[in-house]
Unconditional design. Sequence first.
Length: 77
Amino acid sequence: MFILFGFRTSHRRLGVRTMTCDVCGMTAAQGLVKRSTKFTLFFIPLFPVKRPTYLRECTHCGATRPLPEHQVTSLMA
């Protein structure tokens, strides 16, 4: 009998805001992304392994920057 288990990281887009990128300096759309890692059993995600991280992706240069959790709530409003 085999037991298949592992971890899966998923990315979920929360929204898009127009802001200035820290890397390229251009004013472009910045995607707000939530990254979460979950324990999987037989390819079914069961429970989170660690706290989710939030990222900001620039659509112009493709740079990804970490975003503090308190900034995410203010950007989503």
